[in-house]
Write a protein that binds this ligand. Structure first.
Ligand SMILES: Nc1ncnc2c1ncn2[C@@H]1O[C@H](COP(=O)(O)OP(=O)(O)OP(=O)(O)O)[C@@H](O)[C@H]1O
Length: 406
């Protein structure tokens, strides 16, 4: 049997596997493109129909039908390239623009926090004043082509600057702001609008946001001039968020360790949006995908668990054996709780996770403090402790009696 395991055979086997892998990736992405776009689903059905007719005609020997079907199949390849031209273009653009180190991933924790804070403050203010805004955060894919379409700025992101850019009537308010790292790279940029069917309430600004999110991995925030709603566009999906959700989402996106959580959360949030009728075709696909990707949840949760575990371990610097034991207990119970929640939706799991982390961190700190006899701060509490007096009668008669006895 081992005679077959020659060097040449091994190389041939590896080549075969690489070949199969590449074909699998191509087919996977083709199916993904078809599934994510209602227009392509119709075209795909049409192609399938022609193949079925061709097969039926060949079974029954219908030569003319076969000839016509053959013509369709022969020229079909060219037709597919023409019909799918926007999808093919966006795929190639995505491939070409991917860079290994995005500017946002090189920011320090303070810079990220400041960036999120300024963005949230600006969006909330513009939401209240119903000032229309379109802000895109560059991630791995370069947005330099779109920066060229606007007015270049290279200024630090501040909420005041963002708010003043979008004041109606000012020269830069028309178009999009692009943020690279902590800098506003440009204002008044033009984004290619999506060709997707969006609800009629969404106009050009939202179309542009979805458009840029389809051809890049950027995170785009839209503030609606009409409703004051804040939405996030990512991976071709649009979701309405409130101030808190925006902050949480941006925190997740800008923290590289949690980036995967954020991406999966789009699916969870998008799934929620199904009920609101936003991009329903796309959402169905995402929902199915999320079900299939159930196996990814523990990985996502583990990413968060590590963070939370670190938080718990950092609550007390001077660590006695008792404190260490309490911390271990808290981490263990937190992990058990997460494992239990694996059957729930990701959004629920994340919510529960956050609540748990707050509780466990607090209780660890509290328990750790009581478990530390050498901690001088705790002494007065124990000395001054007196049992709670029993509830006394408050009737006037009794009070007089008590007064006489006293
Ligand atoms: N392709 C684009 N790229 C960048 N900005 C755009 C693009 N198209 C429109 N905009 C911006 O959107 C504004 C028009 O928004 P419009 O009212 O049509 O959109 P909307 O989605 O209904 O948003 P709103 O809810 O704020 O009214 C334009 O003045 C311009 O600033």
């Amino acid at each position: 049997m081992f005679d077959y395991l020659t060097y040449n055979n091994l190389i041939a086997l590896l080549r075969l596997l690489a070949d199969i892998g590449c074909v699998w990736v191509v087919i996977y992405y083709c199916i993904k493109i078809v599934r994510n776009n209602s227009r392509t689903i119709q075209i795909f059905k049409g192609i399938l129909f022609i193949f079925i007719i061709r097969a039926v005609a060949s079974i029954f020997g219908l030569k003319t039908i076969m000839m016509i079907a053959d013509l369709f199949v022969t020229w079909g390849f060219l037709a597919i390239i023409i019909i799918f031209q926007p999808e093919i273009r966006s795929l190639l653009e995505k491939l070409g623009k991917t860079s290994v180190f995005s500017r946002i991933s090189t920011l320090t924790v303070n810079e990220r926090e400041r960036l999120v804070d300024e963005l949230v403050r600006a969006c909330s203010a513009m939401s209240v004043s119903k000032t229309g805004a379109l802000i895109s955060l560059e991630q791995g894919h370069s947005l330099s082509d779109y920066i060229k379409t606007g007015t270049q700025m290279n200024s630090m992101v501040t909420s005041e600057l963002l708010c003043s850019i979008f004041v109606p009537g000012t020269p830069l308010h028309d178009g999009a702001v692009i943020i690279q790292g902590v800098k506003i790279a440009c204002a008044a940029a033009y984004f290619p609008p999506t060709t997707k069917d969006l609800p009629s309430s969404y106009g050009a600004r939202h179309r542009a946001a979805v458009g840029i999110s389809e051809i890049s991995d950027s995170v785009t925030i839209v503030v609606s001039e009409e409703t004051g709603n804040i939405s996030i566009a990512r991976n071709g999906a649009l979701m309405v968020v409130n101030e808190k959700e925006l902050r949480e989402y941006l925190n997740m996106v800008t923290t590289s360790a949690l980036r995967e959580v954020a991406q999966t959360q789009v699916s969870a949030d998008v799934e929620q949006g199904t009920q609101n009728g936003i991009l329903s075709g796309y959402l169905k696909g995402k929902k199915r995908k999320q079900k299939k990707e159930g196996t990814r949840l523990p990985k996502v949760k583990e990413a968060n668990l590590d963070e939370l575990e670190k938080q718990i371990h950092s609550t007390h610097e001077e660590e006695t054996p008792e404190i260490a034991e309490e911390k271990q207990k808290a981490v263990r119970s937190m992990k058990m709780a997460y494992n239990k929640s694996s059957s729930k939706s990701l959004k629920d799991a994340l919510d529960e996770e956050k609540k748990k982390s707050r509780r466990t961190t607090k209780s660890t700190a509290a328990k750790a403090e009581t478990a530390a006899p050498q901690d001088k701060k705790l002494e007065p509490l124990e000395v001054n402790y007196t049992p709670k007096p029993r509830r006394r009668s408050t009737s006037p008669k009794e009070k007089v009696k008590e007064g006489n006895n006293g």
